[in-house]
Design a protein around this ligand. Structure first.
Ligand code: ADP
Ligand code: MG
Length: 377
């Protein structure tokens, strides 16, 4: 069991540019990154492709050394500890299996290369049986085959099996289900969740998939361009996003963009909102067909109703920008209809920095500062 800390970690990667390998181009993959993964918890790092997720895992694993800053396991500096000694189970996007060993042996490989004792043998058998039970026929039919005969998705399954079989203190997982088809992906996510709950292994799971992140995370960390933007429970981050990037990135329901940003000067109470973005979630927009003095006037640009719950998503034009609204009943909104919008809750962001300054909850204009607890709704 382990608590993982990254303290002020920086890492610049360089690659040669051009086919003639002239100059070298460097990318800052990780910038001043400080993050704590508590013992026994699953932290999901959610961020767009290229933001540095794989690099972050390699730094924790010891496959890369930071340029500056520290990686600690249980407060012990890992600088001098090799990847093999860190008791890590890894499933990376292209994690190599032993090519000349059948899948069964690959899954059990960690135990095969240790000194044999009766206790270790029993543990190995128990862990292997547990893995087999969890992964079922999807792993069973691969056990007698060698990696060279497996597809990408099948190799991933064997690598995942190996990872959950070995006796790891830390589990590092890099988008393991990206190559699997939808049905298997959903099944494995749920199985993995069950497994992580059962063994309470400290886990860092990186993905760009929101649904995967929301399902698996005890703690969510939203990452962008080498930085962790915000850490917290998924609901906390959704309810009190630190800035416009986080607000617009974390999407808990498909069907509409997660937040609409409106120029503050368009709002009815505009004098306090100049130089601000007003951000509103689709579920917090109330649409009235009658003029309202406290309402923001707009025009229906699009109405789309999605099964199976018959939720209607409206796109409303406000000047050059659009506001997305989610309503339970379809109504008979037609393109071009005028409507008046009021917001059950909304956030106010600084236009220059994108930082959230406060949130308004309900009709009473409660001000909620970014650092305080926000209990919306
Ligand atoms: P993610 O896993 O979030 O997609 P990565 O950690 O793989 O992101 O990459 C972060 C950044 O570092 C990207 O801009 C990527 O192009 C760059 N990068 C990744 N690996 C290397 C490498 N070996 N050499 C140079 N740059 C790299
Ligand atoms: Mg990656």
């Amino acid at each position: 069991m382990a608590q993982i800390d990254l303290r002020d970690v920086c890492k610049t990667l360089s690659e040669s540019s051009g086919i003639f390998g002239g100059g070298r181009r460097s990318t800052v993959a990780i910038r001043d990154l400080t993050l704590r993964v508590p013992d026994g918890q699953t932290m999901v790092v959610l961020g767009p492709s290229g933001c540095g997720k794989t690099t972050l895992l390699k730094l924790i694993a010891g496959l890369l050394q930071p340029d500056s800053g520290d990686v600690l396991f249980n407060d012990a500096d890992m600088k001098a500890v090799s990847p093999g000694e860190r008791r890590i189970g890894m499933v990376f996007q292209n994690y190599a299996l032993y090519p000349n060993l059948v899948s069964r042996t690959n899954v059990r490989s960690y135990f095969l290369f240790r000194k044999k004792t009766a206790a270790l043998d029993a543990l190995a058998r128990a862990k292997f049986e547990r893995t087999s039970a969890l992964m079922g026929v999807e792993l069973a039919y691969l056990l007698d085959r060698k990696p060279t005969t497996l597809s990408g998705g099948e190799k991933q399954r064997v690598a995942l099996g190996r990872c959950i079989t070995r006796d790891a203190a830390v589990f590092l997982v890099d988008e393991p289900f990206a190559n699997l088809d939808q049905t298997l992906r959903e099944k494995y996510r749920v199985n993995l969740k069950r497994l992580l709950k059962q063994f309470k292994i400290t886990t860092v799971y990186v993905t760009h998939d929101h649904h995967e992140a929301l399902l698996l995370a005890d703690i969510l960390a939203v990452m962008d361009r080498g930085r962790i933007e915000q850490v917290g429970a998924p609901r906390e981050i959704y309810d009190a996003p630190k800035n416009t990037f986080v607000a617009a990135f974390l999407n808990i329901s498909p069907g509409a963009p997660p937040i609409s940003l409106i120029d503050g000067h368009r709002m009815p109470n505009r004098e306090t909102l100049a130089q601000m973005w007003v951000g509103v979630r689709p579920e917090d927009v109330e649409v009235s067909r009658e003029p309202r003095a406290d309402g923001l006037q707009g025009t229906i640009a699009e109405s789309i109703t999605l099964p199976p719950r018959d939720t209607t998503f409206l796109t409303i034009s406000i000047g050059e920008r659009e506001v997305h609204a989610q309503t339970a009943c379809g109504g008979d909104h037609r393109t071009g209809d005028p409507v008046w919008l009021t917001f059950k809750r909304y956030h106010v962001f600084d236009k220059t920095s994108g930082v959230r300054l406060r949130s308004h909850d309900g009709g009473d204009d409660d001000l909620v500062a970014p650092d305080s607890d926000v209990h919306l709704g």
